[in-house]
Design a protein around this ligand. Structure first.
Ligand code: PLP
Length: 530
């Protein structure tokens, strides 16, 4: 990490926090940081909901922040706002919920239009033909094109390590079908204590599918201090010790790159290396909250597989087609059936099925090599690499959105985004800590005598190397509903998790320092009960 913001009096080195001077509490300081931000023009590539558009109750063919209709006609004044309860506030909202659904890149519309025109114009031939001037490849090649655009994003050594298909949980199932091969001796899955519910359901149902039970085969890594709700971090040392304890009986280690609730970023390099050194045959990562948020080097870290969705930090739209990484070491297949191919799970190596000549998977026609896909052969011959795990013909409209969204990342780098994010989230943390120091909201909802306890605590790790863009704020009991109501009124879009947590993510692509400043102002007023 470096520091591109000369205003920061004390620059910081890797693992250190950026520090801010006392006058950083002013809006002028926030604006000066924005002025120094090399990435600030990216905001113009996104549509940020406005306070007015958030109240929209009926389609009116208008795009927030544009006084133009999508077809280029000018909006004819007031009538465009008909049906809107509010027409007075066209300022952009403070959109801090990119960890849940990223804002819409403007190029999504042009890519979707290109897809619709292609389909309308050349019909079925769009599978194999790309029209001139189109930002899209032929439908057949779009998933591979998206893989090509993802090398920096996930740290893949080649496009064959990445594929876009299905959705996250479905991909988790498909990857577990291939990589979780329990034996009598080696049957455990090591996971964290509080996975995103979908991951919990996937893990439990996979165990049950194999006739196993979570009570004997699921090892949950708990926080170091599970009894302290304001400190739910899990130290790397603790994770490594659980790996050591269960190394001989574990078939799969499956963890999130970033824990969705606390925002903790795990040391994927060290944990993966340790698990592999201890002979655990498969290490998988759920990168739902890490992809597009932090730097990833999946190939170099030796990760066996990873899955991620594309609608959070990647901005491809709700439910858009998801990403998968399969490490190169699992790509080899033997077209001749060797008697002694490596099926030994103890090796932690490339478990290739004897009878198949490649790692077993739940197959479908799109996993077949492109050159033979339309031969309609009865025998399945998988395409090389991650592409061989595809099952179905993917939605071209969906891939158009992913391609558009990845194109935005292609104009910067994860390093640059991360450099900004460390300062942006650091500024948010610094301002929030200022509220705690000033005792803001200590008396809210309290009778006299109970005062003193801060109105909120940040439960995300303070070390920038242990978090991405998100900070999770644990509110004092009973404040959530009132505070989140006030935040919404103040034009903040963020995520409330019952009973007491607010998650805020200033995403560096389209959020700035003034947004951070504005959020803290609204939050402060909310806590003061104003
Ligand atoms: C967002 C998220 C999901 C969502 O899964 P879908 O299959 O895309 O609906 C799953 N797991 C985690 C950890 C998530 O953060």
């Amino acid at each position: 990490m470096s520091c591109d913001f000369p205003l920061l009096v004390i620059t910081f080195r890797a693992g250190e926090k950026p520090e801010f001077p006392a006058d950083a509490k002013s809006i002028d300081y926030a604006r000066q940081l924005d002025a120094q931000d090399k990435l600030k023009s990216f905001r113009d590539d996104f549509i940020i909901p406005t306070k007015a558009s958030l109240k929209k109750r009926a389609l009116n063919n208008s795009i927030p922040g544009e006084n133009k209709l999508p077809n280029g006609e000018c909006v004819n004044g007031v009538s465009q706002h008909e049906g809107n309860p509010s027409t007075d506030d066209d300022t952009q909202s403070i959109y801090f919920v990119g960890n849940s659904l990223g804002a819409q890149p403007k190029c999504i519309r042009t890519h979707l239009d290109a897809q619709l025109e292609t389909w309308a114009s050349i019909g079925v031939n769009g599978h194999f033909t790309s029209l001139q001037n189109s930002p899209l490849m032929a439908w057949q090649d779009m998933a591979a094109d998206c893989a090509q655009q993802s090398l920096d994003l996930v740290g893949a050594a080649s496009p064959s390590e990445v594929i876009y298909m299905n959705t996250l949980t479905v991909n988790l199932h498909l990857m577990m079908a291939s990589f979780y091969r329990p034996t009598e001796k080696r049957h455990k899955i090591i996971a964290e204590w509080k996975p995103f519910p979908s991951d919990s359901y996937a893990i439990a149902s996979q165990l049950q599918w194999h006739g196993l039970s979570p009570s004997t085969s699921l090892i949950e890594v708990h926080p170091d201090h599970p009894e302290t709700p304001s400190s739910l971090s899990i130290s790397t040392e603790h994770i490594l010790s659980v790996i050591d304890e269960h190394a001989d009986s574990t078939a799969l280690l499956l963890l999130p790159g970033i824990q969705y609730y606390t925002g903790q970023l795990f040391d994927m390099a060290r944990i993966t290396a340790h698990a592999r050194a201890r002979g655990i045959p498969a290490v998988g990562w759920d990168l739902a909250h890490a992809a597009g948020n932090v730097e990833l080097r999946l190939h170099d870290w030796g990760v066996d597989f990873a899955v991620w969705c594309t609608y959070k930090y990647l901005n491809a739209g709700p439910g858009a087609i998801a990403g998968v990484f399969v490490h190169e070491r699992h790509h080899h297949h033997h077209h001749h059936h060797h008697a002694n191919t490596n099926t030994n799970p103890e090796s932690g190596g490339t478990a290739v099925d004897d009878t198949l000549g490649y790692r077993h998977r739940l197959a479908g026609w799109y996993g077949a090599d492109k050159t033979v896909r339309f031969n309609m052969a009865k025998e399945f011959l998988p395409a090389a690499g991650a592409h061989g795990w595809q099952v179905s013909n993917p939605s071209a409209a969906d891939l158009a959105c992913v391609r558009a969204a990845l194109g935005v990342f292609g104009r910067t780098s994860m390093r640059e985004l991360r450099d900004k994010a460390v300062v942006l989230t650091g500024y948010l943390e610094w301002l929030l800590n200022g509220l705690v120091e000033d005792g803001v909201g200590t008396s809210m909802g309290r009778t006299e005598g109970e005062e003193g306890e801060p109105a909120f605590r940040i439960i995300t790790p303070a070390n920038p190397l242990e978090r991405g863009s998100q900070l999770s704020l644990l509110l004092r009991e009973g404040l959530l509903e009132k505070v989140s109501g006030k935040l919404a009124e103040g034009g903040v879009v963020c995520d409330a998790r019952k009973p007491d947590v607010i998650r805020v993510a200033p995403v560096p692509l389209y959020c700035g320092f003034e947004d951070v400043w504005g959020f803290v102002e609204v939050f402060k007023r909310a806590l003061e009960g104003a």
